[in-house]
Ligand binder design. Structure first.
Ligand SMILES: C[S@@+](CC[C@H](N)C(=O)[O-])C[C@H]1O[C@@H](n2cnc3c(N)ncnc32)[C@H](O)[C@@H]1O
Ligand code: SF4
Length: 335
């Protein structure tokens, strides 16, 4: 089947899959305790994609030009079949399989993930300060254990990048400490602007620290030089330390949106296809698979949805704040 292009000419290149909507953390910017407490209805086990169903969907995307798959959530390491899932996705010819995790269970699982064929690993660390980190994961979990997970991943041969969501007045004071720590260990640190995903995180524009400001702060201590993108559509703008000690990245989805180069499809934990992180509704692919549809029919559905795609939410937000509207939560759609 021909690789589709959307109404803005964008091909489909990468796929992000939320393998579970559950998480052991309650980061207030993602799954605030008040909204994701005991009363929250997580997906029942039977509504989650099984590994077999998920691999069938990956096959459809691979046939349409998808080359990279990122497994995320929720917290993907809560799924015990993750290594088997990774191995099966690699078998579909996906050359780049990566994982985004909060790192809590990483030390135990890193070797198995690498052995299964995982290519790369992103670990979220918002602060090295135990008090700040504990507040930012909502439950007081120790960042020391996450750092051990990163060491284990590196020892297992996994390239590690570190994701840090920066919030004004919350963790911005620890940015230089993070740079110093990860520079020392050779891991790329990426600052992510706090985004208005979902409807529960009480996002306000004033809580966003523009990435440019962070670059200036870092460069005042360790001079930085801009690097070109490694490929079209790379979401992080990259900078190298002028002293040769590695690089940082910035993901400026609020202040410098990159919708025009967005080649990303998303699968929610219950197998719905979303064509934008800020979408309100998806297309039920899992239902199609469960109704007995063949690979060609599934791929045809994906191609049709992609061909009709016109999403450019972040650019619209930058031009004129959009009216409030329903949006799915990041843990469900996959961050
Ligand atoms: C939703 S999480 C899922 C994977 C895993 N639980 C983790 O935290 O790495 C994926 C990424 O999204 C980021 N994220 C979550 N909510 C965000 C928000 N409102 N704005 C920007 N990034 C956010 C997290 O910091 C994390 O790096
Ligand atoms: S950012 Fe990741 S670790 Fe934090 S609540 Fe969301 S899914 Fe969980």
């Amino acid at each position: 089947m021909a690789a589709p292009r959307d109404t803005l000419g964008r091909p489909i290149r990468d796929l992000r899959i939320s393998v579970t909507d559950r998480c052991n953390f309650r980061c207030p910017y993602c799954m605030p305790k008040e909204a994701f407490g005991p009363g929250h209805a997580f997906l029942a086990e039977g509504r989650l994609m099984t590994a077999g169903e998920l691999v069938r969907l990956v096959r459809a995307f691979a046939g349409l030009g998808v080359e990279k798959v990122r497994l995320t959530g929720g917290e993907p390491l809560l799924r015990s079949d993750l290594p088997a899932l990774i191995a099966a996705i690699k078998q579909e010819g996906i050359h780049d399989v990566s994982l985004t995790t909060n790192g809590w269970f990483l030390a135990k699982q890193a070797s198995a993930l690498r052995a299964a064929g995982l290519d790369r690993n992103n670990v979220s660390v918002d602060s090295l300060d135990e008090g700040v980190a504990g507040r930012m994961n909502g439950l007081g979990f120790s960042v020391a254990r996450v750092l051990e997970g990163i060491d284990a991943a590196a020892a297992a041969g996994l390239p590690v990048k570190v994701n840090c969501v920066v919030q004004r007045g919350v963790n911005e004071g620890g940015v230089l400490d993070l740079c110093a720590y990860f520079r020392e260990r050779g891991h790329v640190l990426r600052f992510i602007e706090f985004m208005d995903v979902g409807t529960t995180n009480h996002w306000l524009p004033a809580q966003v620290v523009p990435s440019r400001e962070l670059v200036e702060r870092v460069a005042a201590v360790w001079p930085l030089e801009p690097l070109g993108p490694l490929y079209r559509g790379e979401v992080a703008a990259r900078y190298r330390y002028a002293d040769g000690r590695g690089e940082i990245g910035i993901i400026s989805s609020v202040t410098e949106p990159f919708c025009r180069d967005c080649h990303r499809a998303r699968l929610s934990a219950d197998g719905q296809l979303f064509t934008c992180l800020f979408a309100a509704a998806g297309t039920d692919l899992l239902g199609l698979v469960r109704s007995g549809a063949g690979d060609t029919e599934v791929a045809g559905k994906v191609a049709a949805v992609w061909a009709a795609r016109s999403d450019r939410y972040s650019e619209e937000r930058a031009a004129l704040p959009p009216a409030p509207r329903p949006r799915v939560e990041m843990s469900f759609i996959g961050g």
